[in-house]
Write a protein that binds this ligand. Structure first.
Ligand code: DC
Length: 224
């Protein structure tokens, strides 16, 4: 019998977490949960409703009247806000540029973290984010902290954006990524830090498959 463990995958933007998490989840027949998509969903709705992103109270009451659903599909995880499929919209430049500000509010994190804990409660999950190993699933059987150089991460995001038809430049992306890293690491509420018991994986010189295989090996050792 293999155990339905929880795998926490944290690290900065563009480290390859979501691509690798999807492969690992598929191979293990686990559910992949992209928590960044939830912060993006809140940001998307707030922008649409014209809510000021520094108004934590207003954002909180909006979120309390919002349903966010994650649905696994062949094309990856689909995200629904109040029943509307916003999977493409939450990846727009506008949402990407504003999501750090929303994710910095403790009141918003509290609500989303509760939802994330509930989603992972039965195990058999690969959850990717920034605070999964430190706050959301501190009891996870396997914690990985994944990173890569800023330039390599920007290069990957550029390719990803090209595929999605989003315009960007390598220099612009390097600046954005460095700034987002800084905001995510320096915020007071659940900053991006490696959990003490997380395994560090530098993916700068690893292919997607090599990184996935490394995690699968670690996961299988925990599943016996
Ligand atoms: O992984 P991503 O780029 O989709 O994440 C979007 C933003 O949400 C990013 O600024 C970091 C933040 N985030 C967070 O604070 N905590 C998480 N568990 C996941 C994402």
């Amino acid at each position: 019998m293999t155990k339905k463990i929880q795998i926490a995958l944290d690290g900065p933007a563009g480290a390859g977490k979501s691509t690798i998490a999807k492969i690992v989840a598929e191979q293990l027949d686990f559910t992949y949960i992209d928590t960044g998509a939830m912060y993006r969903a809140v940001t998307y709705k707030a922008l649409k409703e014209g809510i000021l992103l520094d108004d934590a109270q207003h954002l909180k009451s909006m979120l309390e009247q919002t349903t966010i659903e994650l649905q696994p599909s062949k094309e990856g995880q689909l995200v629904f806000v109040d029943g509307e499929n916003v999977s493409a919209e939450i990846r727009s430049n506008e949402v990407t540029a504003n999501v750090s500000q929303v994710a910095a509010h403790a009141a918003i994190r509290e609500i989303l973290v509760e939802m994330q804990k509930a989603l992972a409660s039965k195990g058999g999950v690969v959850m990717d984010g920034r605070d999964i190993g430190t706050h959301v699933l501190p009891q996870a059987e396997l914690k990985i902290y994944m990173s890569a150089s800023v330039e390599e991460r920007a290069r990957r995001r550029l390719l990803d954006n090209e595929k999605r038809g989003i315009e960007s430049t390598l220099e612009g992306l390097m600046k954005d990524i460095a700034l987002r890293d800084q905001k995510d690491s320096e915020r007071e509420a659940s900053p991006l830090i490696q959990a003490k018991d997380a395994i560090f994986l530098d993916t700068t010189n690893l292919s997607i498959d090599e990184a996935a295989q490394e995690i699968l090996k670690l996961a299988k050792a925990k599943m016996v």
